[in-house]
Design a protein around this ligand. Structure first.
Ligand code: TTP
Ligand code: MG
Length: 620
């Protein structure tokens, strides 16, 4: 049987327009099953087996598979879901803290199996793992004469750390389905051998996620991120799929079967533009043979007359469009995705907390004070979870001991605090229909004072109280000079400009002892040394060209108006290792493919936009 290497396999006739795929890497994609529902089930096992829905506002953010079996759907209105399944158990999932905590725990476990550090979180419940090096190492060890008794080594240093597996077959499902007689072909194809090994690693890790943490997941294994993610969706839940490109058209056929909108990286706006083009220039007799409601398929786009990367570039050429989008989309249509799995960091680039008040906008000073205090409390709590680490106690070092307890210290700290608000859009009348005027977002920022970093003497509540009264309220007054009646629909507070503290025992101990002097020292040395490298988050939110412009944040960062000058009282300029942080473990929160709601301007991850828009449609 002829085997075509994954990297080749391009028919001569189409070579000119078919992008070339590289299959050098091995990527696993994990997607936890009904994630929010699983978090509740793990916290309260009595819920397991019952139909369970997780509510956010008036919508189900998700539901477990027992509920899905009864006809309940993700993103369904609660009222509809209750009609479909009257004994549906509904829990409130508006506090994201338990989901974030579970997500971090699972991600930390997966990361501990990476050798190259490429472990990327997408949202709270998806993880990409680049296992190219682990797999290549095990490929070298594979003994073709004893495939059934193989051992997968998880550590280069410790040859006994690993698991037994049967390398004569794949773990889980394979796509396209593999004829048993082609197993030998697989073994003759190095790319396929790597994918076979990765399927066992994925199976092992998924089993550990379930046994050790209580989370089942779906897995996808392939040679790039888009293929791994799509493969993972083929068999859900609690299963996995390895996508092979053993024969020439395997990947093309796999991609062709998807709707354009299903392809990660092709957002709704791009999909709409392409679909509009394909539908309006369609030449076949019956326009209804394209499923207009459900969207065009990859195949329909790919074979559309004249379609090419250049053509897509022209279709997508709109003000603000990224150059090269045409080629990127064309590549994706062919399963080509050179994007790297990002390197892991424990620390988010920013922590942002916000709340919306669409149905009851805020207008009175007392309401503002209350909301700022609540948001500040969440923010400080979040900082203490996401930005701290626990030091080991060294029994021989009295300085490292604090009543025999492990010490919490900052693993990273933010330098800037930002407050943003949005006012509810007023309705204006265009023709006979009232439409919302465009909203405006205003932001102000300033340095974060050092009391926020005091882990020893201050409780979350007392830090939050000071943060709200001493910083956020004055910032708010600078943003809104009117004394009341702002019609406020959103408040966001955010800490950013993160600086990571390297794990030197000196800095660790000092910060661990209360975050006072040594954090202060870190600020000082960091400020002096890295000033020229630091990128201040100055960008006004460019979502509305008519919105009032934001001030120059640089002035704030350096203590404009003499409000917060945490650097001033800092002493001791001893060296402390710090590095600028440029990772984005939590980038999904605001940056990753997030879109803005056209009604309230709230930044929403793409995956949640639908739910959010439904929320508006039912809020009143
Ligand atoms: P998903 O992975 O889409 O859903 P899921 O994990 O619940 O279910 P599946 O088994 O199909 O993977 O999203 C992950 C979590 O994100 C989900 O548990 C709830 C949350 N979420 C929202 O808050 N809003 C949304 O619009 C969606 C789609 C998900
Ligand atoms: Mg999921």
């Amino acid at each position: 049987m002829r085997v075509t290497a994954l990297t080749s396999g391009l028919a001569k006739t189409t070579a000119a327009r078919t992008p070339r795929r590289s299959d050098d890497r091995v990527i696993i994609h994990f997607d936890y099953d009904c994630f929010y529902a699983s978090v509740f089930e793990n916290a309260n096992p009595a819920l397991k087996g019952l139909p369970l829905g997780v509510k956010q506002k008036s919508i189900l953010a998700t539901c477990n598979y027992a509920a899905r079996a009864r006809g309940v759907k993700k993103l369904q209105l609660i009222s509809e879901a209750q009609k479909t399944c009257p004994d549906l158990v509904i829990v409130n999932g508006e506090d994201l803290t338990p989901f974030r905590d579970a997500s971090k725990k699972l991600w930390t476990f997966l990361r501990s199996h990476s050798w190259n550090g490429r472990v990327e979180r997408l949202g709270l419940d998806e993880v990409f793992l680049d296992v190219t090096d682990v797999v290549a190492y095990n490929q070298e060890l594979l003994n073709r004469n004893a495939l059934r008794d193989s051992f997968f080594q998880l550590s280069r240093q410790d040859p006994e750390r690993g698991f037994n597996f049967d390398a004569s077959s794949f773990f889980g499902c394979v796509q396209p389905k593999l004829d048993p007689t082609s197993v030998d072909s697989v073994l003759d194809n190095p790319v396929c051998v790597r994918l076979l090994l990765a399927s066992h690693l994925a199976g092992y890790l998924r089993l550990k996620l379930e046994e050790d943490f209580g989370y089942t997941s779906s897995g996808g294994v392939s040679t790039n991120k888009v293929l791994a993610k799509l493969a993972g969706s083929v068999n859900k839940p609690k299963n996995q799929t390895t996508l092979l490109g053993l024969y020439e058209d395997d990947i093309k056929n796999f991609m062709d079967g998807h709707k354009l909108r299903q392809i990660p990286g092709i957002g709704s706006r791009i999909a709409q533009l392409i679909q509009d083009h394909v539908l309006s220039t369609k030449t076949t007799a019956d326009p209804h043979d394209l499923e207009i409601g459900a969207g065009v398929t990859v195949r329909e786009v790919r074979i559309h007359p004249g379609m090419s990367a250049d053509q897509l570039e022209r279709i997508l050429d709109r003000p603000g469009a990224e150059r090269g989008s045409g080629e990127k989309v064309w590549n994706l249509l062919h399963g080509v995705d050179p994007s790297e799995v990002k390197e892991a960091s424990d620390v988010p680039t920013q922590i942002s907390i916000e709340d919306t008040y669409m149905s009851k906008p805020l207008n009175a000073p007392a309401e503002i004070a209350r909301e700022l205090r609540a948001l500040a409390t969440s923010l400080v709590r979040r900082m203490r979870v996401d930005l701290t680490t626990v030091d080991e106690v060294d029994p021989s070092d009295p300085a490292s001991q604090h009543q025999g307890q492990p010490q919490l210290r900052w693993a990273a700290y933010p330098k800037t605090l930002r407050l943003s608000t949005r006012c509810r859009p007023r309705l204006t009348t265009t023709g006979s229909t009232p439409t919302p005027e465009s909203f405006s977002r205003n932001s102000r920022s300033q340095s974060l004072p050092s009391f926020v970093l005091n882990l020893k003497d201050e409780s979350v509540e007392s830090v939050a109280e000071r943060l709200a009264s001493e910083l956020l309220l004055p910032l708010f007054r600078r943003l809104h000079v009117e004394r009341q009646g702002w019609n406020l629909a959103l408040i966001n507070i955010c800490v950013t400009n993160m600086v990571m503290v390297a794990g030197s025992s000196e800095s660790a101990n000092g910060a661990g002892a209360g975050g006072g002097r040594n954090i202060a020292r870190m600020f000082r040395t960091q400020e002096d040394k890295l000033r020229e490298w630091t990128v201040y988050d100055t960008a006004p939110v460019p979502d509305n060209p008519t919105s009032p412009s934001t001030h120059d944040i640089k002035n704030d960062v350096h203590g404009e108006e003499g409000e917060a000058t945490p650097m001033e009282d800092l002493v001791e300029a001893a060296e402390t290792a710090v590095v600028s942080l440029d990772s984005d473990a939590d980038a999904w929160e605001e940056e990753d493919e997030s879109q803005r709601c056209h009604i309230c301007g709230h930044a929403i991850p793409s995956f949640a936009l639908l739910a959010h828009e439904r929320f508006h449609s039912v809020e009143d």
